[in-house]
Design a binder for this molecule. Structure first.
Ligand code: GLN
Ligand code: ZN
Length: 771
């Protein structure tokens, strides 16, 4: 018999119950007890949703983040909170977000733990902190209690834990010490944990080691061996779990580690499975992640069975089935969606439906396809409907894709020639000031959008109200004395959703929330079909804004790579292809703006870096098509039109060449938090075009002083000639309020004026040959 299980269930709840409970608790509106009982109910609900599994996961739930849970379970609590007053939960939230519910005054805040992306997903975890004195100790009461509770409703409960090697890998040694030196002590605590599990009546433990899909040095490979040879002594069975990619040169290692079973992501690495089957010792079980846990499409069950049946013949009872990875990365339940187009609805599967798929596959293997004939037929109908849908496949888009020519990705003249033309056109001062696009999204703005969406505000009134908001924003910028203005983006809820809503090929859910970090969720759009641009989206707003001022108004667009990386993407063609369709669509918008008289156009690629593959050896392939897509988007314009782009992450160094290859006239980037350290990259690589290193950290309510801005810009001017520097914030201002924004921008303008009037005396300025 084939066994079915799950690696992890979404935590946030069908209606984001976890989010709302957490946020109320943090505001002091509910007690700790109420929070914990809400969370208990939610967890019970999730177990009930998974009763049909042979092995039900427990320990995958988290109040905030499972990596942070692991740190607490291992007694690895940063010293800066360990002496503070309060309960464990207070300290937990202090590390998670800088303060607990008990810390009411702002002076009681501590530094939150660093947060970073969980592999190549949009989930963010709290980075474990180590130093050479880190000592682990077991604090397992929470997970043991959950095991107890879960055992009351299911006979077979499988605890889910993060493996010791991945745990070390994900963390940072603050003192530069070697993380792997901590392994011995860590393994002793893991051994203790496993024996606690054993005492609790546990048979199988899922131990996640997704590092196995990364490029590992000999030391890390050795650490895996050490870990599992030691943990072998425990009397529970370990299911070693990897996901998100191929094992490649770690394949043999993964097969050899002395564990009772191995779970592999058969969606990311189908070609490796036959090899694994050959290698795997005959006493081990093999769990195949056959249903994609990263996207929202239905599995083609018949195709999956065609593939699985011979595997089943070979492995028999040793075959387990599951989603490819934890279902953390998909929304909970498709049946909540009442407004989706019926066809599109029929093509989708969320967490609950994905578990149904696993169940159907197992039934078909265990009892023959006939036992689930009707379900397979329904699935086939849906798959065929998607394959043939006119909504998905459009001949006009296909024709345009075939017509893409390389020269579409090149400007007419190289940067140094364009720069002269643009300087003559715009006559900007040195160190020109600008912003990244959005201005504070006030309650009023949000209310206007909501009223328009729900039909309470007619289109005409809505447009007038938005124009008023734009006018306020333009006037403020003029008063502040900024050089290049923006319209402020009041009409946009989200930079991807807004464009998705105006393009063909996108669908939107009502409840398709996915956890991004802690209580924060995102609702990614679904790119289900060929993307097209039916009509201009932004021209009216930007033209209106431009009509209010003589200063240049930047048109503001979201780039194709960011649209792709922040959406659920179709799986029936390559990401590169979908990205190119997006590029053509946004290119149309760029050209529409230019035609409407807009002289500067910013194409945001906030998420370009996020799409990098896990293995460095695959980076170039991604960067090639991603930057090509950007170029196709941006390069149709005349020389005198200035193209800006913006990226909001700091680690720039390792992809510098690719970014320079995008050949935007101006790029604005995040740097202020790193004190311009990221500009170190410019020591080795001469960035050829103009650049605005962010001087105002918009993620903080603090107002940067004139002096600090001047210092940052001086640092920048050591690497980049002043005539190619811009002065701007790190990112958009939509989450800030006007009281913060005005003085901050005022200081920015003052600093810029100081810099431009001192340029000749204070900078060993290179030739001002462009003027
Ligand atoms: N133009 C967008 C804004 O200003 C860019 C946001 C971002 O980079 N995340 O809000
Ligand atoms: Zn940004």
């Amino acid at each position: 018999m084939v066994t079915i299980h799950n690696l992890g269930f979404p935590r946030i709840g069908r209606n984001r119950e976890l989010k709302f409970a957490l946020e109320k608790y943090w505001k002091g509106e509910i007690s700790e007890q109420t929070l914990l009982s809400t969370v208990d109910t939610l967890r019970q609900q999730h177990w009930h949703d998974q009763l049909k599994l042979d092995w039900m996961p427990v320990g995958d739930f988290s109040l905030y983040d499972h990596v942070l849970d692991t740190s607490f379970m291992l007694g690895n609590i940063p010293a800066r909170v360990s002496t503070l007053a309060g309960s464990e939960i207070d300290n937990y939230f202090r590390v998670a977000r800088g303060r607990s519910a008990a810390d009411t005054s702002s002076c009681s805040c501590v530094n939150a733990g660093e947060m970073t992306k969980w592999f190549d997903t949009n989930y963010h975890y709290i980075v474990p902190e180590f130093d050479k004195n880190t000592h682990f100790s077991l604090h397992a009461s929470r997970i043991l209690e959950q095991i107890n509770q879960a055992q009351e409703i299911h006979q077979h409960v499988k605890p889910v834990i993060l493996g010791p090697v991945t745990y070390l890998w994900l963390g940072k040694a603050k003192d530069g010490s070697e993380r792997l030196d901590l392994l011995d002590n860590l393994l002793a605590v893991y051994a203790q944990l496993l024996s606690e599990f054993k005492n609790a009546g546990v048979e199988w433990v899922q131990i996640d080691e997704p590092v196995l899909v990364m490029e590992l040095s000999q030391q890390w490979k050795h650490a895996l061996r050490t870990a599992y040879y030691q943990l072998q002594a425990s009397s529970v069975k370990l299911l070693l779990t990897t996901y998100f990619g191929q094992l490649q040169d770690n394949l043999q290692l993964a097969c050899e580690l002395p564990v009772a079973g191995l779970h592999l992501d058969a969606v990311s690495a189908p070609d490796e499975i036959p090899k694994v089957i050959d290698w795997l010792p005959s006493h081990k079980i093999l769990s195949l992640g056959i249903v994609n846990g990263r996207n929202i499409w239905k599995t083609d069950l018949t195709a999956a069975l065609d593939w699985l049946e011979p595997v089943h013949t070979r492995l028999q009872d040793r075959l387990w089935l599951a989603p490819s990875c934890s279902l953390l990365h998909v929304p909970v339940d498709l049946s909540s969606e009442k407004k989706l187009d019926a066809d599109i609805h029929s093509w989708l599967a969320f967490a609950i439906q994905k578990l149904d798929e696993v169940e159907i596959l197992a039934k078909a293997l265990n009892h023959g396809r006939a036992s689930v004939a009707e379900l397979l037929a329904d699935n086939q109908t849906a798959i065929a409907s998607r394959e043939q849908s006119k909504q998905v496949h459009r001949s006009d888009v296909e024709a345009r894709m075939l017509e893409i020519a390389d020269e579409m990705g090149n400007r007419r003249s190289p940067y140094h020639q364009r720069a002269i033309i643009q300087r003559n056109r715009f006559r900007l001062p040195l160190f020109p000031t600008t912003t990244i696009g959005s201005f504070p999204q006030t309650q009023q703005i949000r209310q206007l959008r909501r009223d328009f969406r729900t039909g309470q505000l007619a289109e005409k009134e809505y447009r007038q109200a938005m124009q008023q908001e734009i006018e306020v924003c333009v006037r403020e910028q003029e008063t502040l004395g900024l050089d290049v203005l923006v319209h402020g983006e009041p009409e946009r809820n989200d930079m991807v959703e807004y464009f998705g809503e105006h393009l063909d090929g996108f669908a939107f859910t009502q409840f398709g929330w996915v956890q991004s970090y802690g209580s924060r969720c995102v609702k990614p759009p679904i790119i289900f079909g060929d993307v097209a641009h039916p009509k201009p989206i932004t021209t009216e707003w930007i033209q209106y804004a431009q009509s209010l001022t003589r200063k240049p108004m930047k048109g503001m667009l979201t780039g194709p790579v960011t649209m792709l990386n922040w959406s659920f993407v179709r799986d029936d063609q390559s990401r590169a292809e979908t990205c190119m369709q997006l590029a053509l669509a946004i290119r149309d918008e760029v050209l529409a703006l230019e035609k409407a008289g807009i002289q500067m156009i910013q194409i945001d690629e906030a998420a370009l870096r996020e799409g990098l593959p896990l293995r460095k050896s695959q980076w170039q392939g991604y960067l090639d098509w991603a930057t090509r897509a950007f170029r196709i988007t941006a390069k149709g314009v005349k020389d005198e039109t200035q193209i800006h782009t913006h990226m909001c992450y700091s680690e720039f160094n390792d992809i510098m060449e690719a970014i320079a290859g995008m050949d935007a006239d101006v790029i604005t980037i995040e740097t202020s938090r790193s004190n311009m350290e990221l500009l170190d990259a410019f020591d080795q690589f001469q960035y050829p075009n103009e650049i605005g290193p962010g001087v105002y950290d918009i993620h903080s309510p603090n107002i940067p002083s004139v002096e600090s801005i001047i210092q940052l810009m001086k640092k920048a001017a050591q690497r980049i000639p002043p005539e190619r520097l811009w002065v701007n914030p790190d990112c958009g201002l939509k989450t800030r309020n006007w009281e913060e924004v005005k003085p901050a921008l005022q200081n920015m303008v003052t600093a810029s004026r100081y810099l431009s009037s001192h340029v000749s005396t204070e900078f060993k300025s290179s030739a001002f040959d462009l003027q």
